[in-house]
Design a protein around this ligand. Sequence first.
Ligand code: FAD
Length: 470
Amino acid sequence: MSMHNDLRDCYWFDALSDDWVARPALDETVQADVAIIGGGYTGLWTAYHLKQLDPALSVLILEAEHAGFGASGRNGGWLMGAIEGLDKYLASCDEELRVAAHREVHGIPATAGEVIRREGIDCDFAHGGAIYAAARYPEQLSMAHAQLDNLRAAGHGEQDYRWLEAAELEAQARISGARGAIFTPHVAAIQPAKLTTGLARVAERHGVRIYERSRVLESNQGQLRTASGTVKAPVIISAMEGYGSDLMSMRRHILPFQSGMVATEPLSASVWEEIGFSQRPVLADYSRLSTYMQRTADDRLVFGARGSYRFGGKPVSRFAADDPAFASRRALARQFFPVLENATFTHAWGGTLGISRRFAPHVAFDEVSGLGTAGGYTGEGVGASFLFGQTLAELILQRETVRTGLPWVYRGDPSRVLPRWEPEPLRWLGFKAAWSLYAWEEAVHATGQSWAWHKRLARRAAELADRVLS
Ligand SMILES: Cc1cc2nc3c(=O)[nH]c(=O)nc-3n(C[C@H](O)[C@H](O)[C@H](O)COP(=O)(O)OP(=O)(O)OC[C@H]3O[C@@H](n4cnc5c(N)ncnc54)[C@H](O)[C@@H]3O)c2cc1C
């Protein structure tokens, strides 16, 4: 059976070689020391680190579809040495903890990159850094400067985030209307589906059992039930993120949120000459549209932007090709790079990510019940899941390390210690209001024809929405 017959819309799956064979579903009763629900990066990295720390441990993963089916196989491929809400978490920490946290978080691309290299995972890893450009309209310049000031105030140094003047930026990437940028070396580009399939194979090589097409239907007192099998395990980890269900009450804590992406055909050398990206840095601009893009190893431009929340919060994996979100992303990509005017976009796809109530991710583990989780990455989980999987593994094995003392670690039953989302219709109304303000801000700035007070008002309103939401 081919993995990607129904997934060819997603460039990352479409580009996988055809030697993929579905793993068997669970069809018996088995025992394990640790059972993990979900075969995305969180589940896979947690399993990997558990086996690194204790090779004798029996670890298994139950995945509803196949490894990487969720956000992990579909994302923008930014493997970041950052986590959403980092500075919020560290605001009340002492200097020693803050320095340790920065070291762990900034170090993710190098550390994960070393594991990827050592384990022979071919995922087009390129440690080219990230550029956050002030582009498209002049107001982005003051937004970028304000952000750099915030980063400095939070203790990030010149080696972590530095300013690129327009001319320096041009040497890396040539974007229409660019006025400068913040550069960080702490980001790598990867091919997401290659990372999940490669990592799943590596985990198996280290002895992790992975069952696919094995949706967990019930979790109860050390026991997980699928349609055709049962797992008994003293430790049960939820790694379902935005694809989760009511299992372990995770719906209360993680809000499923959709984001969509498009990819071009492979672009010619002359096009790349015009737009740059020779070191394969990833790139975003300074707007609340949260654009993100990368140059793939086979010379396509893959481009995404902030997504949307659907009433009731359900995971979505299939999107109509004529979804207006895709047309707007193609138009935005052409705005950044007018040379793409006649380029063909070959793929358009989306996926569901998970947002925690604090807009900042968490690791939670309860030594008493053996229940744990990691997630709530809020769109920044590719790198974070490496660190969080390692942290969760250490908590499970009761190894106290610098990571288990970081402020995103909650001790206790996840369903009790993690912050909860408001019930509907409040969530939907909150997002709807914020998104309308963001759209207004973008429209006011992007047309370039508004009054200064109008622009200021739109920006203030959007900032207020940011604050209220988080
Ligand atoms: C379009 C898009 C672009 C993104 N871009 C980036 C980016 O560039 N950089 C970045 O850092 N982050 C990005 N993200 C976010 C990132 O992909 C996620 O944070 C990360 O992949 C989360 O990994 P995970 O393993 O926790 O969850 P997932 O990968 O979503 O995995 C959850 C898994 O659980 C399985 N599952 C659910 N319920 C059950 C059940 N009952 N039984 C068994 N299995 C179950 C699902 O099938 C799924 O495979 C993006 C996300 C999207 C959607």
